[in-house]
Design a protein. Sequence first.
Length: 221
Amino acid sequence: MISLRDVRFEYARGGFSLNVAELAVPSGARAAAIGPSGSGKTTLLNLISGIERPRSGEVSTAGVRVDRLSPAARRSFRITKIGFVFQEFLLLEYLDVLDNILYPYRLHRELRLDASVRSRAHRLASDLGLKSLLDRLPAELSQGERQRVAIARALVTSPTLILADEPTGTLDPATKQQALDLLFEQCEARSTTLLMVTHDHGLLEQFGQIIDVEALGPTEA
Ligand code: ADP
Ligand code: MG
């Protein structure tokens, strides 16, 4: 599902570089990326999703060489093929729960909001216990409920890959496990590959693959 080889990346400003000799995450995997703050976990997700482009090397995601795509094609690829669960959930405060779940369909014309998408959104909402909350605004939700909206939004496009950047960071332990269970359950039901960044070492035994971002490649000057 994800394959990186001989990747070298640095930000235009310089100062930080991420080198990945080799990384492979198979289809259907449940992978966790760990590493201290500033080690490049978010940068790695950005390379995998095509938000950033490596200076050299190969990045292949869901069968596509994202490093070879134009900026516009990378944006399309990301919106149509990848589901994101962001750290702070990044819900739009002026949209109700249903419209937040459907938000990816406002971002890209390749994504068509038709009756089957609407019924999938309702099914996801119901699977995630959000059925009675569809017309609430994010401000009217608990943290755990906001988390579930973020999960539903990441899954609504039926992505083959979910990238989650410390999605349980702001949750209490019980809500955290609940959110994780839901994410696992939904990914499993849809054969979706999951790569999740986490600081929470207590969660790692639930993942089949652990990626230590600091150990990915030679860090040369
Ligand atoms: P992590 O997610 O592991 O905390 P990041 O991937 O966000 O780490 O950042 C890795 C390093 O790259 C940090 O030192 C950060 O300051 C730097 N960095 C992140 N984004 C940019 C950017 N757009 N331009 C320059 N440096 C950046
Ligand atoms: Mg980060």
